[in-house]
Design a protein around this ligand. Structure first.
Ligand SMILES: Cc1cc2nc3c(=O)[nH]c(=O)nc-3n(C[C@H](O)[C@H](O)[C@H](O)COP(=O)(O)OP(=O)(O)OC[C@H]3O[C@@H](n4cnc5c(N)ncnc54)[C@H](O)[C@@H]3O)c2cc1C
Length: 472
């Protein structure tokens, strides 16, 4: 089927040149298994199967882990327990993404968010300081404080987590992306990681294995039609907030008495609209317009007999807000943002359009963009990674997920270990990033992925002697 394409062209006044920034389809693709579920196992992956005698011995002792979120730290723990040399490179702080939405309560209980190994490592250090109970629903901040930080300080991990070091790119030493395709010796040269560090400037480090657990939170989706930027979105700058502010808590001054446009219909938007609803009642001079692309008076997905009670309550609260007619909180359904027009008074005029082509414009002090996140693929653009062209997840994993008949994260089945392999030998994308634009990832999935990858590595390492050397 042909979908009309939208091309956003930005005119350069000085040069008269036009630069195309992005192309999006005007209608969303439905699920299309024949596009994504085709067999994707490549010869390169087969070269790394245990039984393949052509596999050249490789050094697999130095592991570089990108990101100190729950999955990066779990990978670090697994590396330490396997006696491997490892370094974790973290752009911000330990658990940085979660700290950014620290006021939000996780839907999943603590029992689903930690591993046995992690709990044991912490308790070995702090026997008199029990961990939260398995059924505890913790905020992101509590989870970082009571689990991720203590884990990062255990002797197993201590000194190997380098905060303030952003990985900008990963490549194969001495090889370009397009070279040594199908050549088993590609896995014989180490990875090179380009780091941007707070304290030492730019640096290159080497590793034998790279685990990219850098999450999705740093790459928000765009506000405009069909996934493109809205015109003016970039120039609106800080007037657009991507991610989750603590609207009734530490960021309330940004919202009290303001006119706000909230855009999105996921659970983050639901969290924000519930907080904004409380604010408009407390402060009658606050006004909110909530725009959802979904043309429904029930914009937040409610899962029948939801087994996560906190998720069920949140969805119901947000949908009730969408249905009520509140004088200062209005829901505009079936609506796209077309354009943001920043003004001289530090406000933004939001131009929206509905499918019938009716246009609307209103002025606000702040826009909250909660339209999801996408993986930062620039990290591995010099590597041979086969991505799904719909979800941008690694292809084999994406195909396995598409073949599962559910989109509820709780019902996601573990996928076979080989779905975590890429054509690039010993490069693994784990954690939230491994699902690409599919938002059904759970921490517990990532914990299982780590086990799978370290089992694979143990198999691959059996041919080579152990060494103790870091990646630095
Ligand atoms: C509001 C909200 C609520 C959620 N609730 C739940 C829940 O209840 N249960 C659940 O299982 N999941 C939940 N999730 C999903 C949850 O965020 C993920 O499951 C979890 O954070 C994924 O962990 P991760 O380690 O893959 O990525 P992240 O937690 O995002 O960690 C990635 C880390 O990598 C760092 N990083 C990024 N780029 C670079 C770079 N270039 N170089 C170095 N470091 C980098 C980041 O700073 C960050 O510290 C929720 C998500 C959100 C946004």
């Amino acid at each position: 089927m042909w979908y009309g394409f939208v091309i956003r062209a930005f005119h350069r006044l000085k040069t008269g040149a036009t630069r195309v920034i992005g192309i999006g389809s005007k209608r969303r693709h439905g699920r299309d298994p024949c596009l994504c579920a085709w067999p994707v196992c490549s010869n390169l992956d087969r070269m790394h199967s245990r039984s393949d005698s052509r596999l050249v011995p490789q050094r697999l002792h130095r592991i570089a882990i990108i990101g100190a979120g729950p999955i990066g730290l779990e990978a670090a723990l697994a590396a330490a327990q396997a006696g491997l040399a490892f370094d974790v490179y973290e752009a911000g702080r330990v658990g940085d993404s979660m700290q950014n939405w620290g006021h939000v309560t996780l839907f999943t209980p603590f029992s689903m968010n930690h591993s046995q190994a992690g709990a044991q490592a912490i308790l070995a250090e702090r026997p008199n300081d029990p961990l939260p109970s398995g059924d505890a629903l913790m905020t992101g901040a509590d989870y970082v404080e009571r689990y991720l930080l203590p884990l990062s300080r255990t002797p197993l991990l201590h000194g190997r987590i380098h905060t303030g070091r952003r990985v900008i790119g990963v490549a194969r030493k001495g090889l370009l992306k397009q070279e040594a395709v199908g050549d088993p010796n590609r896995g014989g040269s180490p990875f090179l990681l380009f780091l941007d560090t707070d304290s030492q400037g730019e640096r290159l480090v080497e590793a034998d294995v790279v685990i990219d657990a850098s999450g999705l939170y740093s790459q928000p989706n765009r506000l405009g039609p069909s996934g493109l930027l809205a015109i003016g979105e970039r120039s609106a700058g800080a007037l657009v907030k991507y991610g989750l502010d603590d609207i009734t808590g530490k960021h309330r001054d940004r919202y009290v008495g303001k006119r706000i446009a909230l855009i999105g219909a996921g659970y983050s938007a639901a969290t924000s609209v519930v907080a904004l609803r409380a604010l408009v009642d407390e402060h009658p001079e606050t006004h909110v317009v909530w725009l959802t692309r979904r043309d429904s008076r029930q914009p937040i997905r409610e899962i029948e007999e939801d087994r996560l009670p906190a998720r069920r309550v949140l969805a119901k609260q947000a949908n009730a807000i969408a249905r009520e007619s509140h004088p200062r909180l209005k829901h505009l359904r079936g609506t796209w943002v077309e354009r943001l027009e920043p003004t001289q008074d530090s406000t933004v005029v939001v131009h929206s359009v509905d499918p019938a082509g009716h246009r609307n414009r209103f002025e606000v002090d702040r826009v909250i963009a909660q339209v999801g996140n996408r993986p930062d693929r620039s990290l591995y653009e010099e590597l041979q990674v086969h991505e799904c062209y719909a979800t941008q997840a690694p292809m084999k994993l994406a195909a396995a997920l598409l073949s599962q008949a559910t989109t509820d994260c709780l019902d996601r089945m573990p996928t076979p270990s080989d779905t975590l392999c890429n054509p690039e030998p010993n490069f693994f994308i784990l954690g939230a990033k491994s699902y690409g634009r599919d938002s059904s990832f759970l921490i517990r999935t990532g914990l299982a992925q780590v086990k799978q990858v370290f089992t694979l590595l143990a198999d691959r390492r059996s041919a080579t002697p152990a060494e103790a050397a870091g990646t630095e």
